[in-house]
Design a protein around this ligand. Sequence first.
Ligand code: PXG
Length: 302
Amino acid sequence: MTKEPLIYMDGGFVEKSRAVVSVFDHGLLYGDGIFEGIRAYNGSVFRLVDHIDRLYDSAKSIRLKIPLTKHEMTEAVLETMRKNQLRDAYIRLVVTRGTGDLGVDPTLCKNPTTFIIAEPMASHLGPRAPKVLKMAVSSYRRDAVDATSHEVKSLNYMNSILAKMEANSAGADDAILLDHRGFVSEASVTNIFLVKDGKVVTPSKAAGILHGITRGRIIRLCSDLGVEVEERDVTPFELTVADEVFIVGTKSELAAVGSISGSNVGAGGAGPLTVRLYQEFSRVVQRPEEGTPVYEAAAESV
Ligand code: PXG
């Protein structure tokens, strides 16, 4: 029999087939919980410190007390990688409000539930060109910063799921959501950038976006390359007339947008700056200092 993957659950490790949560878990009943999607490249967990910081910020914002210190959580992630002998992986770290009686009141839950899944995943990044995606502008608006905004990386993804289904029906790969004011926010599970006249522009945090870790790293990469980046409100018109558009996220890495709602972006392929950033980013993720080593003794301090 092949060995089953091991899942971290509340301080221990269990086999995948036995890694279950209660039907009374408020993460399932009410979406009351938070998570991180993290990636490891060549035995190093990419920007793990940033992911752990964001997890604890999400927890603070929903007043969820995580029963582990940041250091213990970091160790739990690394140990999950080691137990499964992974080097290139996708890691899903979830903390829910825990089990409790029926009722939305979080005080019904005494102990949060924590689990970590790590699965093998190879990078798409490399010296060639990124994937080119067809996008459709969604009729669903991104939740506003004073609603259940994606600034909290919560277990409530219905806003993104509805947009994704709509995009699928329209024959597109993914959706672009506008914010409640009509400005561009992000795609279903990635942040968005445009290029116009050699300058890079990305929606600001006012648009209810997730403060993406890939977004942050790409902004810094642009600056390092001497490419000007603006974080500001972006109109749908600006997106339509952009020279290039691309999306970024942990799982998707970096992909070009070839068309939006049937209208080509630039020449309809991956533009030159998109290709350059893709190639540069493929080098960034492999740098040891960009992440926390899984197999060396010393972990990055948090
Ligand atoms: N926006 C949203 C709403 C997200 O959920 C990103 C942007 C990109 O952020 P990072 O930090 O990964 O650069 C995300 C990413 C998936 C998937 O299947 C991804 C996310 C959540 C759920 C599924 O790719 N989060």
